[in-house]
Design a protein around this ligand. Structure first.
Ligand SMILES: *[C@@H]1O[C@H](CO)[C@@H](O)[C@H](O)[C@H]1NC(C)=O
Ligand SMILES: *[C@@H]1O[C@H](CO)[C@@H](O)[C@H](O)[C@H]1NC(C)=O
Ligand SMILES: *[C@@H]1O[C@H](CO)[C@@H](O)[C@H](O)[C@H]1NC(C)=O
Ligand SMILES: *[C@@H]1O[C@H](CO)[C@@H](O)[C@H](O)[C@H]1NC(C)=O
Length: 372
């Protein structure tokens, strides 16, 4: 049963990857007409609005409501392509639009007026712009929005009034240090929340910031300035990414209520042996544990279902296979479920020297790759 939970999480991950892949592979009209040249690559990044290259206009469209700056391919009447066009602002979005592409422009604020009629929107990509502000009313009238991407911008806080329908919210690589306490309260359908590479610290997260995200599968808070593990992560989460923070310890029993947790990434933090309660990683759904580039001197205990363990670049001097072996001799060795599933172990960048201790080999019989 526990094994099935693990595979269930893996399946969910696969679905997510496929989903992400599919959205990148969404049909795009090609070939582009000759007027749509990208700006020359070597130009320095413009700093002032007066330095921005001119807006690139699209060819005349058969849709009278097609903004001049965009492409409205007749074969995809629900898609509006306005990416890579040196835009400073969001054009008026036609009401038939479901998929809106506005990435790689110079947009610095988003106003409600552009979206007045666009109530059918399902996907919005605003990645790699210069967005600092988004009017409060923008998202109020978008009850069908599923995916909202605003990575690589200059947001200082999580936009307010996000629609309850959202399934994916990507806000990585902004300067976010403010999350209103109820920012995610209504978002029961959210599956993916990506906040990596921002300026979030412990004090920016309220006790219940994430609590109501009952369907969350992936939470990415990597590359922020968290000192503590975030509180009240929904127990639906399968992938928890916290690399590159300054986390020193994990509270006792922190993972005990998670039912699907399969991937934990805590590379590049400040974890020490003292900061890890003895059995904190004894989580039977866990498949993949990343603890590289911390300050551990011993190998933590883990569940026999774990398959991948990354402990490279710590301070480990010895490894005792008998102590870390998750099954004891008294158990039935012929029960395949009791044999530890560890397949991949990284220990390089520590103070260990080959050979691999025999008790490791004896215990972890599925191990087929170990890096020392
Ligand atoms: C919104 O749509 C209506 C009817 O489809 C149209 O008459 C109106 O001009 C549109 N408004 C804008 C701002 O495009
Ligand atoms: C680890 O957790 C399992 C349940 O998943 C439990 O049976 C086992 O006793 C725990 N290990 C230790 C050393 O407490
Ligand atoms: C690791 O811990 C030791 C003491 O246990 C300390 O001297 C050292 O500075 C720490 N290293 C890092 C990178 O935090
Ligand atoms: C490993 O740990 C076990 C149990 O704690 C102990 O009996 C054994 O001597 C240790 N092995 C080494 C090589 O230190």
């Amino acid at each position: 049963m526990k094994a099935e939970l693990g595979y269930c999480s893996l399946l969910l991950l696969l679905l997510l990857i496929i989903d992400v892949w599919a959205q990148q592979a969404r049909p795009r009209p090609r070939p582009k007409p000759p007027t749509t040249r990208k700006p020359p690559k070597k130009e320095p990044e413009p700093k002032e609005p007066t330095d921005f290259p001119p807006v690139i206009l699209g060819p005349p469209s058969s849709f009278p409501d097609c903004p001049r700056e965009c492409l409205c391919p007749p074969s995809f009447p629900n898609a509006l392509y306005c990416e890579n066009r040196n835009l400073r602002k969001v054009p008026i979005i036609p009401s038939r639009t479901h998929y809106l592409y506005l990435q790689n422009n110079y947009i610095d604020s988003v106003t409600a007026q552009s979206f007045n009629n666009a109530t059918e929107l399902k996907w919005i990509n605003l990645g790699n712009n210069r967005i600092r502000s988004i009017e409060k009313q923008v998202f109020e009238k978008l009850p069908n929005l599923l995916h909202l991407y605003i990575p690589r911008n200059k947001l200082k806080e999580v936009p307010s009034n996000l629609p309850a329908s959202l399934e994916q919210l990507r806000l990585s690589r902004n300067q976010i240090s403010k999350i209103a306490p109820g920012a995610f309260n209504k978002m029961k359908h959210l599956i993916l929340l990506d906040l990596h590479h921002n300026l979030i610290s412990d004090s920016n997260l309220a006790k219940n910031t994430f609590r109501d995200l009952k369907n969350l599968v992936q939470l990415n808070l990597a590359h922020n300035i968290l000192r503590k593990m975030p509180a009240n992560i929904p127990n639906s989460v399968s992938q928890l990414f916290l690399d590159r923070n300054i986390i020193e310890d994990i509270p006792q029993g922190y993972f005990k209520d998670f039912t699907n947790l399969a991937f934990i990434r805590l590379n590049y933090n400040h974890l020490t042996d003292k900061g890890l309660p003895k059995l904190v990683f004894n989580v039977s759904t866990l498949l993949d544990l990343h603890l590289a580039h911390n300050n551990l001197t011993t190998v933590p205990l883990f569940n026999s279902h774990l398959e991948h363990l990354h402990l490279n670049n710590n301070n480990i001097e010895t490894i005792n296979g008998t102590e870390i072996c998750p099954f004891t001799v008294s158990e039935d060795v012929h029960d395949p479920d009791s044999v530890p599933r560890l397949r991949y172990l990284r220990l390089d960048g520590n103070h260990l020297t080959p050979p691999i201790p025999l008790d490791i080999i004896m215990c972890f019989r599925h191990l087929h790759s170990i890096v020392i």
